[in-house]
Design a protein around this ligand. Structure first.
Ligand code: AMP
Length: 279
């Protein structure tokens, strides 16, 4: 595995790969890697002949400078984890100037699906995501890119960008990887204190119980209200808890196939998100 720090060096490598007819697979990340990220890398098995993982903590998708500063970082450990997989060809870890050259002032803006859920209380977040992901698609010239369903709204927005801008890339969705107590793996979990980590297991449990109540016929509003209260009682600040369509992300009144529960809730200053489909 080669560690690449500049877009020029990356361009030389991918130009050569394209000449040789390789299929380029991409896993974009913000680092602080865990098994969820490695699952995305493995999801490209048989779908790409070359694999690039990118690590870039994207300043323009953070609304809060403290959140950006406190985002966990650790390039050496990440590099070791990726090298161990034996299947990553390039780790691209650019600094800010490689992504945002002086004078940079272009944004990819996705209107509609960016306003709800995480877009509601993080204005501009998804413009930042759509912009950096489009740039990484262009710089890596990837044919296929894997994204986790853990960030389901992000996945929907990227699908929208690819469709709307005719980007020549296939998006591969990958189901959420969870701990034994069902907590979704997340780089942000590292910021939880041991006590908060224990509390955090209430988040997936509340979603599982809510889905069971819906399946048993409980009205949606009552099930959501009960679920939100359970989370508050467990010490969470709940930012949203909604049942929404997987396609449009609009709210839905019925718990039927194609609907998904979405939640964002904080423990202290650590914001966690999760989602689960109505089976
Ligand atoms: P991040 O580094 O958090 O920006 O995530 C990079 C990619 O990994 C995104 O496509 C995420 O959806 C995906 N990802 C993060 N956590 C998980 C998880 N627990 N399971 C599956 N994919 C994940």
């Amino acid at each position: 595995m080669k560690l690449v720090r500049t877009r020029h060096e990356l361009a030389e490598i991918v130009t050569q790969w394209q000449r040789e007819g390789e299929t380029i697979g991409l896993v974009p990340t913000m680092g602080s890697l865990h098994e969820g990220h490695l699952t995305l890398v493995r999801a490209l098995d048989g779908k790409a002949t070359r694999r690039i993982v990118t690590i870039f903590v994207n300043p323009i998708q953070f609304n809060n400078p403290d959140d950006f500063q406190l985002y966990p970082r650790g390039l050496e450990a990440d590099e070791a984890l990726l090298a161990e997989t034996g299947v990553v060809d390039v780790l691209y870890a650019p600094d800010e100037t490689q992504i945002y050259p002086p004078g940079f002032c272009t944004r990819i803006s996705v209107s509609g699906p960016d306003r709800m859920l995480c877009g509601g209380d993080r204005p501009g977040h998804f413009d930042g995501v759509a912009t950096v992901i489009t740039k990484l698609f262009m710089q890596t010239r990837a044919n296929i890119a894997a994204f986790g369903e853990k960030d389901f709204q992000q996945l929907c927005i990227i699908h929208r960008v690819v469709t709307d801008l005719d980007l020549p890339i296939t998006i591969l969705p990958v189901p959420t990887v969870r701990e034994a107590d069902h907590l979704a793996l997340s780089s942000r979990n590292k910021r939880l204190t041991p006590a908060q980590r224990d509390q955090a297991s209430h988040l997936p449990k509340a979603l599982i119980d809510c889905l069971a109540a819906l399946k048993a016929g409980q009205p949606v509003a009552a099930a959501l209200k009960h679920c939100a209260q359970t989370l508050k009682d467990a010490g969470f600040t709940v930012h949203y808890l909604d049942l929404r369509s997987e396609k449009s992300l609009g709210t839905v009144e019925k718990a039927e196939a194609g609907a998904r529960l979405f939640v964002a809730a904080s423990l202290g200053d650590v914001r966690l998100i999760d989602n689960m489909p109505v089976a």
